[in-house]
Design a protein around this ligand. Structure first.
Ligand code: GLN
Length: 267
């Protein structure tokens, strides 16, 4: 089964994603899979799944036009129910709402009904690594070596009521994606899925990593760092900067399932 997986290559850690996707495909014995860098609408059109890497979301957003890509182009891959995965800056671009963003300064692609809090843990120097249990990798899986670099977290799962976009955009320094304004059956199907929280980071783990101090257990609230809504998946951290291909392998199995579903439906 020939399958093409793309990595948006406008800026950031796209090369690392391609390398780890290839490693994951080898581990999963996926023969005939191709991994390509995506900069143009033609390259995007070949993809059965797309990764949006970590890096700088504002720069990615500004670079898009150079190869002729638009947010609408990228959003269509999600509307066609093809798997899309955003890591860090990629998660910001896939969010329906992002704070700490100047109005007009950044365009979101959307697809995940969440609001992200950008740079949640602070600046570059407050980057950290933490071993994290990821239940979706299977029971008893060893903790994953997560890397957080000026990472966003999901601070709100947005309800599906009308007018939510207006409420969000009225907040200070908050921008929203235009994607939910689309009408028709595809747009409705996309919002029918609910946001599932796949992983949280306990606050002491992140605070200890960044500030080196302990907190009392009752303050142990989790920060949401991995979510999935239908075919759209987002992680706050950077699996592409580790040698660990388990999340990439898990996601490739999702792409495989989506391709099989589409082939069955004859689309
Ligand atoms: N904070 C960055 C942004 O807003 C994302 C950082 C990252 O991808 N490591 O784009």
């Amino acid at each position: 089964m020939p399958v093409t997986v793309g990595v948006l290559a406008l800026q950031g850690a796209f090369f690392e994603h391609v390398q780890l996707l290839k490693k994951a495909a080898e581990q999963e014995s996926l023969a005939g899979w191709e991994f390509i860098e995506v900069r143009t609408p033609q390259e995007l059109a070949q993809c059965d799944g797309l990764v949006l890497p970590g890096g700088e979301s504002t720069t990615m957003s500004l670079n898009k036009g150079k190869g002729g890509l638009t947010d609408a182009n990228v959003a269509t891959i999600g509307v066609h129910r093809k798997p899309v995965w955003g890591t860090c800056a990629g998660l910001i671009l896939l969010a329906e709402s992002a704070n700490k963003t100047k109005k007009g300064g950044q365009e979101l692609i959307g697809g995940l009904d969440v609001r992200v809090n950008r740079n949640h843990f602070g600046r570059q120097t407050e980057s950290f690594q933490a071993p994290l249990e990821l239940p979706f990798l299977g029971q008893g899986a060893a903790p994953f070596p997560t890397v957080f670099i000026r990472a966003p977290i999901v601070e709100r799962i947005l309800p599906h009521h009308k007018g939510i976009q207006t409420e969000e955009v009225n907040l200070e320094e908050t921008v929203v994606a235009p994607s939910r304004q689309a009408k028709g059956p595809a747009a409705e199907a996309a919002t029918a899925d609910h946001v599932e929280v796949l992983a949280t980071l306990s606050r002491p783990a992140s605070v200890i990593a960044t500030q080196g101090r302990d907190l009392s257990p009752e303050k142990e609230l989790g920060d949401i760092v991995a979510v999935q809504q239908g075919n759209v998946f987002g992680t706050s951290f950077h699996p592409e900067l580790t040698g660990d291909a388990r999340i990439h392998a898990w996601w490739l199995r999702q792409v495989q399932a989506a391709v099989l579903r589409r082939n069955k439906l004859g689309q």
